[in-house]
Design a protein around this ligand. Structure first.
Ligand SMILES: NC(=O)c1ccc[n+]([C@@H]2O[C@H](COP(=O)([O-])OP(=O)(O)OC[C@H]3O[C@@H](n4cnc5c(N)ncnc54)[C@H](OP(=O)(O)O)[C@@H]3O)[C@@H](O)[C@H]2O)c1
Length: 254
């Protein structure tokens, strides 16, 4: 019997994958057989991540690029398709957080969050999507958040960007579905990474996460890999435009 969840030989580009959730998704997809393209801005961290995957016997290549820069994005996609192969899967994962009360939020910080979390996925998906459309096949996953659906104090731009990404996923599904491209979103709950370090170290906040989550704890980043492998695999061949919340039940309850 063929393994419906295999990603054997498929090239998967994951933005912001030198650490944290992106690297966990990269590891899971590599274990399922994909050739992973690791992306971030910092070359050092890319090299470490690529070496780690190769040491484990996986196929991996690195490409440094700032995904908010259209020229760098286009160069990365051209180089990947030329040197590694046609991109079968794209995960728009790179994301940043800035915190301040709404009335004090600096416009520059607001713009930075939007550029990384909402403009960059558009740029990368457009560049990769044009090539997928020529081949009539491809999978795109946008990494949202529980903030795709829930607000919280001090993170208005983050919530706006992740809420926007949920609707971008649906809009992309409408435009790209007829071209053979499936677009879905994974919306993680609270996971301990560099992005959330301050929150993890804040005992009161950490306890609030445990109390607010039916699973009673923070997520481990390894728990996100299965959703990505599934959505990139043949097992998800008729799933399009959906947002899968991997949040221990947080968005299901008040
Ligand atoms: N951690 C959580 O609990 C959580 C929950 C829900 C959703 N998420 C989402 O999951 C994604 C990953 O989060 P994380 O916690 O793993 O973050 P992280 O640990 O801060 O890692 C972010 C990654 O993105 C890269 N990056 C940032 N800006 C970039 C840019 N302009 N171009 C290319 N790469 C860039 C970083 O490398 P460089 O700095 O070298 O570029 C790094 O590899 C984000 O979209 C985040 O919103 C996280």
């Amino acid at each position: 019997m063929t393994n419906q969840f295999s990603l054997d030989g498929r090239v998967v580009l994951i933005t912001g994958s030198s650490q944290g959730i992106g690297l966990a998704l990269a590891t899971a997809c590599a274990e399922a057989g994909a050739h992973i393209v690791i992306n971030a801005r910092s070359t050092d961290k890319i090299e470490v991540a690529v070496a780690m995957l190769r040491d484990r016997g996986h196929q991996a290549t690195g490409h440094a690029a700032d995904v908010t820069d259209q020229e760098q994005v286009e160069d990365m996609v051209v180089a990947t398709e030329r040197d590694v192969g046609p991109i079968a899967g794209l995960i728009n994962n790179a994301g940043i957080q800035r915190r301040a009360k709404f009335l004090d939020f600096a416009l520059d910080d607001y713009r930075q969050v939007m550029e990384t979390n909402l403009v960059a996925p558009f740029l990368v998906a457009q560049s990769v999507g044009r090539r997928m459309a020529e081949r009539g096949a491809g999978r795109i996953i946008n990494i949202g958040s529980v903030q795709s659906q829930l607000g919280r104090p001090t993170i208005v731009p983050y919530a706006a960007s992740k809420g926007g990404l949920l609707m971008m996923t649906r809009g992309m599904c409408a435009d790209l579905g007829p071209l053979g491209i499936q677009v879905n979103s994974i919306a993680p709950g609270y996971f301990a990474t560099e992005l959330t370090e301050a929150l993890v170290n804040d005992e009161t906040f950490s306890q609030w996460v445990a109390d607010r989550t039916p699973a009673g704890r923070w997520g481990q980043i390894e728990e996100l890999g299965g959703a990505a492998v599934f959505l990139l695999s043949d097992a998800a061949s008729f799933i399009n435009g959906q947002t899968l919340f991997v949040d221990g039940g947080m968005t299901a309850v008040v």
